[in-house]
Design a protein around this ligand. Sequence first.
Ligand SMILES: *Cc1c(COP(=O)(O)O)cnc(C)c1O
Length: 452
Amino acid sequence: MKKLQYERPLIQRLNVGLMNKFGMRTEYAPVTHIDDVSVKKLLKDFGSPLFVISEKTIRNTYKEVNRAFKTRYPKVQFAWSYKTNYINAVCNVFHQEGSWGEVVSGFEYQKAIQNGVPGNKVIFNGPDKTDEDLTAAIKNNSPIHIDHLDELYRLTELAEELKMRPNVAIRVNMDTGIYPIWDRFGFNYENGQAWDAINKIVLADKLELIGLHCHIGTFMLSPSAYGIAAGKMSDLALGIKRKFKRDIQYIDMGGGFASKNTLKGSYLQGADSNPNFDQFAEAITTAILNAGFGKDELPLLILETGRALIDEAGYLLGTVISNKRLSDGRRATILDFGVNVMFTSFWYDHKISPAQEFSNYTEDCVLYGPLCMNIDVIRENVTLPPLKKDDQVVVHNVGAYNMTQWMQFISLRPAVVMIDMQSKPHLIRKRETLAAIESSEVMPDYLAKFKL
Ligand SMILES: *Cc1c(COP(=O)(O)O)cnc(C)c1O
């Protein structure tokens, strides 16, 4: 047996600063590396600010969620929610892991098809599908999730015109005990709209009803709401069997699981208090398994979870531009990225770590972005070691929605790098350029010249 190596004892000084009832905050530890790659080197090689995505974290998180569901239910399929992060390299990591695609617009639909997802594995959601979108989806055999009656009628017409039988599901909304109810999408369960749509589809016999879909909210902190939703979806599926003697193929429970982020105003850190995949999986699978399906009739369970699968894999690296004192004496630190590329700072207190070693002193401060706008606040109040000009920071849990909702406002959008499983960084989206932005502008001749 190999003898254990002696390690000398280490005395670590505690940070000064106020304790709360949970002891010292731990977010002061410097983050100098992401997946063994130096933060300083990433910023030097790819510029600041910079989004970084850990492929390893994506794959590990995916395996975790897959395991949570597959150990509880025999037939499970994930579909990657494109709007959560549709950089193709990110989508393809999910597709390599086995995820189908889930899209909510014609543009996203084309992206998924161009990435190579087979048409019958691209789920088409959303209220705005044009005739062109619907025609493409019908021809590709994609599951079309109907949002409203006008879409149902249009699909029926298109089915006749194309002499094809589109595969459809209906989106169902319902009361799960979470308010406000997301009832602007789909057909309501309680007031009979869902049954109305089902009757119309089955009796007109032009569309193939293959599934039922719901997406009850986003950043959901209550697994029991999913249990209620899964129960109501199962009830509809069993009702269809009773009434029309036919099985639907799948129940799609949508997405919305909370990631590890901390909502503004919450007392506890999200990483400690938000439900984990096992809790969501337990609520959903128990409700379906207990609903009364026969052994061979269990529907495929589809999940479209987005933010919970990608948030922790995303980091935003940036640099301190300057410090100043506000009129009330508070310290303010200005960073080179703002809310234009970190949209989620409006509702999360993102964890932010210095990227270099520091002393034990900390101070409360406000973190601002570089935009000439008062709302450009990254953190209203955070206790950090004093950062000086050119120091660097790492923002955590920014993988979801920031790289799709970012705005080209005042500054250009940063590059995105993915660190692969062997700790090699790959550029997956170039830093935006003036030329790229102006490529879609058109200058009328008469405005091309001026004299000053
Ligand atoms: C946005 C969306 C998702 C993903 O939601 P998350 O909150 O990111 O998990 C899934 N399904 C549909 C229909 C959506 O609109």
